[in-house]
Design a protein around this ligand. Structure first.
Ligand code: CDP
Ligand code: MG
Length: 691
């Protein structure tokens, strides 16, 4: 492995100091501005250190580097493999859920923090690793925080394991405190001044405001003054904005410089993601429309303008409603500063905030750690599996509320994953084998047990649900696409529709016509290939889960699978699947309320609606449905909805629904800021220091 330093990175001059700190201390906190070279360089320094010490005998230990995002793990691994002059997957590799590009030769392994969490299940001391680098620690993701606690405990059993915590310059002292006052090293960044502008008026539609601002700037600012980075919240929004921008920029005068619009979000196929890093073609200005991936996780060269909508999509669990929903929320001030800083990496830049200075002052100072916002049942199951019995005593950096922990234990109890003493059951152990939400894991396990036995159907559905954007729908061809795909629609709903899509795909594959089939039906073929991949991995885990369940064929399995609804020799596959999904997802049930023409969730009686993307959106509303998730935009929408029978819900969920909760919950006040129409001109603000 050859090392080739990107010599002009700010971190280069700190190399000796960093290595010295790592040699002398078991845990080191490295703080540095985004783009200074932490993620790409530090693992290479450590690799040199290891290779220098190891000699040639035996397999060298591994440097594990965790990332909160798949995109970052993949793109950074590619970059570092390139810098080291090795083939990706050999000495330098990555592992993300359902995609492992490493080999026995791998020394530097980039991975999502979820992957490392799973590795601790099978190798409780992480024996193959010499260093664990916890990167992007400031993101405070759920998995990241759990890893913090686990590694802190693990280091007591294996003191030789070295931990390096790396963070952008956000609240870094708290990491040092958590790690028993570990020493902190600073990497000075290279930061040019960024002038920040606010809108004079609040914006009603931040997407529209972003598009207008891009075009306005593009025309105003001289040619070749640099690329633009726009922060939006998610895939749909980005795809829509891209269409509109492309359309409008085509109408610009022929003499204007061309605009190249590039999306960047997690669900994008890796080759498309790489386009964001490629320089714009000559005579062209690049506009990157990104989620908060580009905030700190990845660095794109050439950016001189940042347009910040001030919004970010966040998963939020509301213990009052019991709903875990994805919704766009305002960023924190720390995030807004970080975003602005992206404009000043190579020269002085400008940041346009599409909100008023007054609203900036209302933003929270720091982002609340995810662990304090989301449903914890998956994490708690994981900890139970790791024999962390007293969850309330676990060393969380910022402990979640006791209520949230108790609620997640209740969910696991309802699913049969823990028993009344809150000990993990065999079913819970089998569930923990799968890198899935506990409900999906249970549905999968039930699917290969009597009385359900729906063969591969459930695995297919779960694989389809775990892959994003199976359907691709160009805005202009929406109607054709919908019409073409109508043949897959199941009258029962989306999960069975996904199953139909997969079956058709299989048929097309058999006659080697999948490419044409995908094109004709507006299906993303690459996503289907990932489905196959995921399916393979789920089926690979099945024997182990089956073995656990068989060993426990007595009490545990019977309790988990009430047989009252069995006797199903004649049931069709559709019926089996619907029952099986209900047996695991009964907490995600909703019942039609004819009076107010909406659904009410079975737990909490919250108002929810069928998502416009669902096959049940237009149809007559079934009395009872289960849903896969809830997104909160203008209203709460259920995504992936399936008709089931209320009596199944009551039967499978009898521990929960024994005493129906009839208390009406208070409605939450709307929090969206109201405002008048677009940009009355941008207001120049005091030159705020970037981070
Ligand atoms: O981790 P940190 O934010 O400190 O920086 P990094 O991700 O290691 O990036 C260091 C430099 O490498 C960036 O400033 C980029 O110029 C470059 N880089 C790149 O060009 N392409 C990538 N995929 C990753 C990094
Ligand atoms: Mg980094």
């Amino acid at each position: 492995m050859r090392f080739q330093y990107a010599a002009d990175l700010p971190i280069t001059s700190a190399r000796a100091k960093i290595l010295d700190m790592v040699r002398r201390h078991p845990v080191v906190v490295l703080v540095g501005e985004t783009g200074s070279g932490k993620t790409t360089q530090v693992p290479q320094y450590l690799a040199q250190e290891l290779l220098g010490a190891a000699g040639s005998s035996g397999r060298p230990p591994v440097i594990g580097v965790t990332q909160p995002r798949r995109v970052a793990a993949i793109t950074v691994a590619k970059r570092v493999a390139q810098e080291c002059g090795v083939e990706l997957g050999q000495e330098v590799g990555y592992a993300v859920r359902f995609d492992d590009q490493t080999s026995t030769k791998t020394i530097i392994k980039y991975m999502t923090d979820g992957i490392l969490l799973r590795e601790i299940l099978t190798d409780t001391t992480l024996s193959k690793y010499a260093y664990i680098v916890l990167d992007e620690a400031h993101e405070r993701t759920l998995h990241g925080d759990v890893l913090f606690g686990l590694l802190k405990q693990l280091r007591q059993r294996r003191p030789t394991l070295k931990v390096i915590v790396m963070s952008a310059t956000l609240d870094a002292e708290s990491f040092s405190r958590f790690w028993d006052n570990a020493p902190m090293g600073y990497v000075a960044g290279r930061q040019f001044p960024v002038t920040v502008f606010y809108t004079v008026e609040p914006q009603l539609d931040y997407v529209d405001a972003a598009i207008t601002t891009v075009l306005q700037l593009h025309l105003q600012e001289g040619p070749l003054q640099g690329d633009m980075l726009v922060f939006l919240t998610g895939q749909e929004e980005i795809d829509d904005a891209k269409k509109i921008l492309e359309e409008r920029s085509r109408r610009l005068s022929a003499t204007a410089m061309k605009l190249k619009v590039v999306p960047l979000y997690a669900a994008l196929p890796p080759d498309k993601q790489m386009l964001a890093f490629a320089p714009a073609p000559p005579g062209c200005r690049k506009v990157i429309l990104s989620t908060n991936i580009a905030e700190t996780s990845v660095t794109i060269n050439g950016i001189r303008y940042v347009i910040d909508t001030g919004m970010v999509k966040a998963r939020e669990y509301n213990p009052n409603t019991g709903l875990d929903a994805l919704r766009a929320v305002p960023v924190s001030r720390a995030q807004a500063r970080q975003r602005a800083g992206r404009a000043g990496r190579e020269a002085a830049g400008k940041c346009f905030r599409l909100y008023t200075e007054d609203s900036f002052d209302t933003f929270a100072q720091h982002t609340t750690p995810e662990i304090q916002r989301v449903n914890l049942s998956s994490v708690v199951l994981h900890l139970k599996h790791l024999e962390v019995h007293d969850i309330l005593q676990f060393p969380f950096m910022d402990p979640p509320s006791k209520d949230a922990l108790v609620q997640s234990l209740e969910t696991l109890l309802a699913l049969g994953a823990v028993d009344a003493d809150l000990r993990i059951t065999p079913l819970g152990t089998a569930m923990a084998l799968f890198p899935l939400d506990p409900m999906h894991a249970k549905a999968l396990i039930n699917s290969f047990l009597p009385p359900f036995r729906c063969g591969r159907a459930m695995a297919v559905i779960i694989a389809m649900l775990s892959v994003e954007n199976v359907f691709f729908t160009p805005k202009s061809e929406q109607e054709t696409a919908d019409a073409k795909r109508r043949i897959f629609a199941s009258p029962y709903g989306d999960q069975l529709t996904l199953l139909n899509v997969y079956k058709a795909y299989q048929k097309a594959k058999k006659r080697r016509g999948q490419k044409e089939w995908a094109q004709e039906h507006y299906i993303n073929l690459r996503s289907m290939a990932s489905v196959d991949d995921v399916l393979g991995q789920l089926l690979e885990l099945e024997p182990a889960a089956r073995a656990i369940m068989q060993k426990d064929a007595g009490a545990g399995a019977a309790a988990a699978n009430p047989t009252a609804l069995a006797g199903v020799e004649l049931d069709s596959e559709d019926l089996q699947v619907r029952k099986c999904l209900t047996s695991a997802c009964f907490l995600n049930a909703a019942v039609w309320s004819p009076g107010d023409r909406c659904y009410r969730t079975a737990v909490g009686r919250n108002t929810v609606h069928v998502h416009p993307g669902s096959v049940l959106f237009q149809s007559q509303k079934p009395n009872c449905v289960i849903y896969n998730s809830v997104v909160h935009t203008t209203q709460r929408f259920m995504r992936f909805v399936l008709e089931v029978e209320e009596r199944w819900v009551l039967e499978y969920g009898r521990y929960v629904y024994r005493a129906p909760d009839s208390q009406p919950k208070k409605k939450r006040p709307a929090t969206t800021a109201e405002g008048s129409s677009f940009l009355g001109g941008v207001k120049r603000a005091r030159g705020e220091a970037p981070p």
